[in-house]
Write a protein that binds this ligand. Sequence first.
Ligand SMILES: [Zn+2]
Length: 265
Amino acid sequence: MKLGRLIYIIPIMAVFVGCSQSPTGRRQLTLLPEDQLAKMGDQSFQQMQKQQKLSDDPALKRRIECIAERIVSSMSKNNNFSEWDVKVFDSEAVNAFATPGKNIGVYTGLINAAQSNDQIASVIGHEVGHVLASHGNERISQSLIVQGGLVAADIALDSGSPQKNQMILGALGLGAQLGILLPYSRKHESEADKIGLDLMAEAGFNPRAAVEFWEIMKNQSKSAPPEWLSTHPAPQSRIEKLRSNMKSALKTYNRNKGQFTKCPS
Ligand SMILES: [Zn+2]
């Protein structure tokens, strides 16, 4: 892309794309069009699959797909799960992610660390929460501004070189395994927690499992810090905040539980 065109594109994008609101009503700066983000998410997801081994256990895949389908279906009635790509990675790393473009990745290490499907659902809900709230777009937009707009816009809009890919992977929260650490901010983490808690409750998973899973992560981090925590920092306040959102989530859960297919465990 020629520099001359970029000079005009950035202010125009800032005016027409820049002002948006997250699902919790927070004002946010999202400079890139969502279809561009979806493309970046898809490309990154393909890259992850080339670099990392996928599980060949069909039962495990069915189990994770079942959990993911309930979470995805709880977002809105129009959400068609067949458009989503769910992959189980064969790795001891305790990690999971979701990307724009409707992709979800869960590592066998995380499945083993969790003690129930409800706990796995809390992680998938949290990850999908980051995507629903356009956190990747916000993070890329922030780095566009920090790095001086024009040069960085070129990086974000035209993928291909390793530096460009690294920047995108980091912003989408996929960089932990590749040594690109860009932890989500506390603001993004609590927003994803809130959205995730509501999604899992809507999908008939017990929201108390979110607190249980963070307790497990907290204890594990004393010995060997789970990879997931390198991009999803876990301050003690997170558990307290989850508890403070629990009452309304439990109401939803009690209304919806029993309405869904039981996922294999
Ligand atoms: Zn997170």
